[in-house]
Structure formats: C-alpha cells, structure tokens
Design a protein around this ligand. Sequence first.
Ligand code: TYD
Length: 427
Amino acid sequence: MRYDTVILDLDGTITESAPGIMRSAAYALEKMGRPVPGEDVLRRFVGPPLVDSFIRYCGLTEAEAMEAIEIYRERHTVLGWKEARVYTGIAPMLIALKRAGAYIALASSKPLPLCKETLAYFGLLPLFDRLSAPPYSATKADKEQLILDALPARFEHACMIGDRRFDMDGARRSGVTAIGAGYGYGSEEELLVSGAQVYCPDVASLADHLLEGLPRMPGFFLSLEGSDGCGKSTQAALLRQFLEDAGYPVTYSREPGGCPISERIRDIILDVRSEGMSDECEALLYAASRAQHVHEVILPALRRGDVMLCDRFVDSSIAYQGVGRGLGDWVWEINRRAAENNMPNLTLFFDLNPDEAIRRRLNAAAADRLESEGDRFMRVVYDAFIGICEKHPDRIVRVDASGNIEQIRDRVRQIVVNRLTAVAKAV
Ligand code: TYD
C-alpha cells in the first residue's frame, strides 16, 4: 500500500462546499452593511480560516471579522452546510482505502461539530478513524498542528490531501507527503508553489494514485421493490440524488425498460391494447426485457464500480408473475437466466398496506394494464412480496412506506449508507 495513513482536508477536497460558504459569507457582510464582493472573491473564502479572509478580502478589522464570523455561522450552521456535495468518486475511494486497511483521518480548519455533521449527513463518518478540527470557539487553526493531531501513533507512509496552500504548507512542515487536489478551490500554481509533491487534477487521478495496486470498491447493486402505489418511484428519485451528492457514481434505471430494446418490450407489456396476452407471454417478456437490461446496463455499471440503482428487478417477476399469475417456480428459472445469476446486494421493499396503496392509486392518473388488475390481485402480490422478504432477510430490508415522504427518505438514506460503508469492512 502506497500510504497506510491518509489525511484529508474537507472543503474543496472531500466536499464541494463553495455555494454554502459563499452565500453565508455574503449574508454576514450584507447584515453588517458592508459591500459584498463578487463571486471570484467570495470563492477564495473556501478553505482558509474565515477570519483571514474577512480581513484580507473585505478590509475588516480583526474585531469586525469576529463579528462577521458570528453572523456567518447563523446561516451556515442551519442552511449553508447542507448546500454541499461530495465530489463524485470520493466515497468509493475512501471505502476501497478502508478495505485495504488504511487509517483515514480528517484535518480541517472548519469547526469540529460541523465536520462531523457533514460527514455523518453523507454517511462517510464511519470511514474515519479520527477527525482533527478546531472547536467552535477557535477562530484560527494551524494546519500543521491539525495534521500532527490527525496522525496515528504509528504509521509508515502518511499523506495529506488538500486543495489550498495551507494544506500543502502544513503537510510539508509535519513531514507527510503533500498531495494537491487540483479539482478543489486552489489553482495548480498555488498548490505546486506551496509544495505539493503530487498533483492530482481530478478525483480519478487521486484514486489512481492512492489505490495503485489495490482493489477498487466493487459495484453495488441496489434494487427497489413494492406494490403499485407505494411511493417507490418518488423515493428512487430522491435516493439517486442523495447518492450522487454523497460522492458515489450512480447508474439509475428501471424495469421493465432501462435501455432501448427493453423499453420497446415494456411498451408491448404495459399497453392496454395487449389485453389477452397470456400469462406465460407476459412473464417471458418481462424476463426478455430484463436479460437485455442486465447485459447492456446493469453488468457494465457494476463492472465500472457504480452504485446500480434499479427500480424493480427479479423480485417483481416472482411476486407478480410467479405468485400473482400463479406461474410458480418456472418464473424464477427464466429470471435467473435473464439476470445471469446476478441478484442485488441490497433490496428495499417499500411496505405499504395494500388497502392504503389502492386508496392512493384511486387518486392517481390513468392506470396501465397491470395497474388495472383488480384489488384482489394487488393483495396477492403484496402477500407474495412479504413472503419473498421473509425468504431473503439478509438481502431485503422492509421499509415502512406509510409515513410522509421526508420520513421515508431519511430512513432509506440511513439503510443505504450503512450498507455501503459496511462494504469497507467486508474483506
Ligand atoms: P411501472 O409503471 O413502472 O410501475 P411502478 O412505478 O409501480 O414500478 O410499471 C411496472 C409494472 O410492471 C408494475 O405494475 C409492476 C409490473 N411488473 C411485473 O409484473 N413484473 C416485473 O418483473 C416487473 C419488473 C414489473
């Protein structure tokens, strides 16, 4: 392993946090009746201690800068910190490092509670062995000291990854390899002049450098299941956005469909003109659509190391065709072949009482052919899903889908990030 100890800065290295920081700085200046500088100047606030930036770029005295920080925090602690996202590729890189046994620490000049909250929000906190950051009361933090505090008692090769000159200076002075993250807020020149020994223009080159010779995080296959009307598609969209914001490369798709050939098969299956389609024909068409989708979308995504998020998969065929249509085990046989034996790492079953689902559907727009099936069919399908959940307790998690959208969204995030970071331990 190139580095057994990896220390990272937060803003501009793990998180793209400029929008929240810039808006909060502008808010403070506005409230103090001071002129708000342009975007190019506000952008320089990301990374260095705030007090320095208020003095240097806005001509504030030290006392005024302290006041500005107070006001800045009013907004940033409530709103600003959530206006961040993790750079794509950071999450799987950290997971792969952890799997390889690296010690991972944070050295940030942002107040510790905020660092913790941000990492926890994106589900990355369990990957860190140590967080080194100043308490709220501190106004200035010395990067060298923060890096020294972040280091474990014993290590062979340590590096500090950061996007500003403070990070590179601190790394050099504390005797660890300085790696410049060129995708952050400092320029290549700033990083090289201040002592970057390795310069990585993007997350991919950073991951290549840190993980040279080490296995990458394997792709993660996540499927979402549920009866019609359970709110699954709304949650799928929210989850997709969240995973992207949390730094994962995500491929999103749905079944039946997901690629041109499968979408054409979908049209045939769901078209109301397909009335009279035999149950066997229906089951084979779902499986056919799936076979192409697995071949063309799912397997390539998993090979790339993506989180493959799929709205419905084999379990739907088992529930709707196997049990609902009464076709039995034969449905599993054709689907095992269609899926080339790939089942999801995790399946979320959105569990909504069928009566509630039927009530919700009555309020929705025109039904497709399968949704037009009777209520009895929907109850049978629901019971079938429950049976499948009981049969695969390790793979399938039941999510209570009866609450409001935000409650369900938060539950789903928690389950998914826990499983994703658990990959770090599964060696
Ligand atoms: P869709 O409009 O995508 O429904 P939803 O948003 O609820 O997923 O339609 C998919 C329909 O196809 C849905 O009623 C479930 C059914 N279906 C099966 O019967 N078997 C399958 O294998 C799949 C994937 C879906």
